[in-house]
Design a binder for this molecule. Structure first.
Ligand code: NAP
Ligand code: GLV
Length: 315
């Protein structure tokens, strides 16, 4: 029985971490797959199209990420259970990213960075936290944990998901029918949606125009967009146009239509855009090693796998 690690640039580190957890496990790194009949488990991140199909005795695919769009895009993906990565360390990192960027924009930090570049000492007050409405787009593992972390600051919280949720202290909206009201009540939109056929490209100019105009609080001059979900959710030309038209005040983007973000993208230098290289929440080798071995042990013991992906939903 062997585990094949496929597609990640950090495959060596993942292999070391798995071996530290399970010294007897036969761990291989693609393309050095050896006798492919031995391979029953795959740990994958953006595997090359068609590779998983070539493994005749594969039983379980573990995703290196919480998102599984990188797997589901393969038209030849075998019809096997897919375990996505859900881990307190990953969630905590995402919560940290989102809280940081919500506070960053509530405190008008893009303006202060610009003033610093100009060596200008200029007082600018921020809106009170209780005056700012944060809309969490996606109320799954990441969205709900972020809502809980933001609550003690006093922000007004809204959330949007596919199915209706009930979360204390969060005004929850669901589906297309709840989207416009959710957007109209949102000053800072923080997105952790998965990329699916339904969500692809949905952050476009029309959607951004529906964000709160009340966001034009004298101290928060317009709505803010934060994306830590997937780049395929957003239309970057529309984000830039909305920023330049004053429909959007600022944006923090961790994910992009094309990654790495091309050097020619105007997002790199826009004074109201914060760019990070898809590192909002890292899957660390230690946690991935532990998680993968746990899934293998559960499967071998006939216990249910955790965090299975529903392919019909796409996440
Ligand atoms: P999750 O638990 O599956 O939550 C997904 C949320 O999105 C759920 O609330 C779901 O609604 C909602 N949703 C899905 N499709 C929708 C639709 N068509 N309309 C409205 N809501 C929809 O996932 P998670 O663990 O929170 O992770 C979310 C995403 O974060 C991942 O898929 C990945 O893309 C991204 N991520 C990024 C990084 C990074 O470093 N940037 C790291 C980790 C994860 P229901 O609750 O009704 O199902
Ligand atoms: C990272 O992008 C993840 O999906 O976990």
């Amino acid at each position: 029985m062997a585990l094949l690690i496929i597609g990640s640039k950090r495959a060596d580190a993942f292999a070391d971490a798995v071996r530290a957890e399970a010294p007897d496990l036969d761990v291989r790194i693609w393309p050095e797959a050896g006798r492919i009949e031995d391979i029953r488990y795959a740990l994958a991140w953006h595997p090359p199209t068609g590779v998983l199909k070539t493994l005749p005795n594969l039983e379980v695919i573990v995703s290196v990420g919480a998102g599984v769009d990188h797997l589901l895009k393969d038209p030849d993906l075998p019809d096997l259970p897919i375990v996505r990565y859900v881990d307190p360390d990953l969630t905590n990192r995402m919560v940290g990213y989102l809280v940081l960027h919500v506070l960053f924009h509530q405190r008008r930090m893009c303006e202060f960075l610009e003033l610093q570049r100009q060596r200008k000492w200029e007082f600018r007050g921020e809106p009170a936290m209780h005056e700012v409405r944060v809309g969490l787009m996606g109320l799954g593992v990441m969205g709900e944990a972020t809502a809980k972390a933001l609550k003690p600051f006093g922000f007004q919280l809204l959330g949007w998901s596919r199915t209706q949720k009930t979360i204390e202290g969060v005004r929850c909206f669901a589906g297309q029918e709840g989207l416009d009201e959710f957007l109209a009540g949102t000053d800072i939109l923080a997105c952790t949606l998965p990329l699916t056929p339904e969500t692809r490209g949905m952050i476009n100019r029309d959607l951004l125009r529906k964000l709160s105009r009340h966001g034009r609080h004298p101290r928060l001059p317009g709505p803010v967009f934060i994306n830590a979900g997937r780049g395929g959710l957003q239309v970057e030309a529309d984000i830039l146009a909305a920023l330049d038209a004053g429909e959007l005040y600022a944006a923090s983007l961790d994910v992009f239509e094309t990654e790495p973000l091309p050097e020619t993208s105007p997002l790199w230098t826009h004074p109201r855009v914060i760019v990070t290289p898809h590192n909002a929440a890292e899957s660390t080798p230690e946690s991935i090693g532990r998680y993968t071995v746990r899934q293998i042990r559960r499967h071998e013991a006939g216990e249910p796998l955790e965090n299975l992906v529903d392919r019909t939903r796409g996440y």
